[in-house]
Design a protein around this ligand. Structure first.
Ligand SMILES: [Zn+2]
Length: 68
């Protein structure tokens, strides 16, 4: 499930939301309760990891060229 980062156009509040893929409407601002928000960036909520070929987050073979 992706995390979307929003900023409210009305009050400037920035907040993050876990948004289901089925969600079509933007969330309302937690501060002023309006829906005049814009989406900033998105990222996958998987945390930092290596190259995907191993489960270690500190694998020295992961970067920069990956496993051979
Ligand atoms: Zn707001």
């Amino acid at each position: 499930m992706p995390i979307y980062e929003y900023q409210c156009r009305d009050c400037g509040e920035e907040f993050e939301r876990l948004v289901p893929l089925s969600a079509q409407t933007p969330p309302d601002c937690p501060k002023c309760k309006r829906k005049n928000v814009r989406k900033k960036i998105s990222r996958i909520a998987s945390g930092k990891s290596g190259c995907g070929s191993c489960s270690s987050s500190s694998c020295s073979s992961c970067a920069p060229s990956g496993h051979s």
